[in-house]
Design a protein around this ligand. Sequence first.
Ligand code: RIB
Ligand code: CA
Length: 308
Amino acid sequence: MSRTTIIDCDPGTDDAIALWLALASPELDVRLVTVAGGNVGLAATTANARAVVGLTGRAIPVVAGAERSLMAPFRFETAVHGQDGLGGVLLPEGPPLAPGIAADAIRDLLRGASPASVTLIGLGPVTNLALAFATEPALVDRVAEIVLMSGAWSEGNITPAAEFNAWNDPEALSILLGLGCPLTMATLDLTAQAFVTPEVVAAMEGRPGGACWRAALAILRALPPSRRMSFRGYPLHDPCAVAWLLAPRLFKGREAQAEVDCGPGPGRGRTVIDRWQRLGRPPNLKLLERLDAPGFFELLAERIAALP
Ligand code: RIB
Ligand code: CA
């Protein structure tokens, strides 16, 4: 039985690979892709989402959403994703955007769904998802699970304190953490284990595949070595959130309680994650902590190589 799924994203090199992984996997019935400005601004992220989905040949609606966060303009991350957002990898233009705006499209799908039946995957600043629930919180009862790539219990990657998605809209993340539905988080501490090195890419190069696989390999080759990780490679963030839904056996984690610093100071966007229940507050998320990286990369290659 496949999961009815909505993917909210900001493509973004790793978003692109996460989208291909999801669309290649029968476990997920992706009904809607919504887009936020995030990584490189809404014009580029929507064009990229259209192209990435279009390359699979699947007729899945792509709907544009937030051009800015709830409280401020997005800060882009072109140093990682390139000005175009896909590391300079050119894709054929995808089909036109579906009409409307993301938050409405998310609400429309949830309204028509049965209880606890829709899985939401958040791969960027979660402004669109937060807007959907902020104005209609009762829709949370249609949600089976929210899975996010977001946050960190250790050092951030956009500020010392905060991870990029959480930092770009901490208020939105705080809304989702307060919904009370099952929520699973892949933080920077988890995604650091999905570490793309030249050796990892070389091991994949020999696998035959279609246009999506060739584009995914080109994107993997284009990922800039991460300064935060001594320039030895790049953590593949967003596909970890999708992989959790496909192969939970690849992960180890725990229940934890988390909140987001929404203040104006240097800690803004920090996810304060109580892994040891020190504060005695009820858990509000499942925290993914350990990844079987070889198993993850094998799943990624096997699935995406089978796409057109
Ligand atoms: O911090 C990593 C996250 O920020 C990923 O989702 C990446 O695509 C960027 O959006
Ligand atoms: Ca992203």
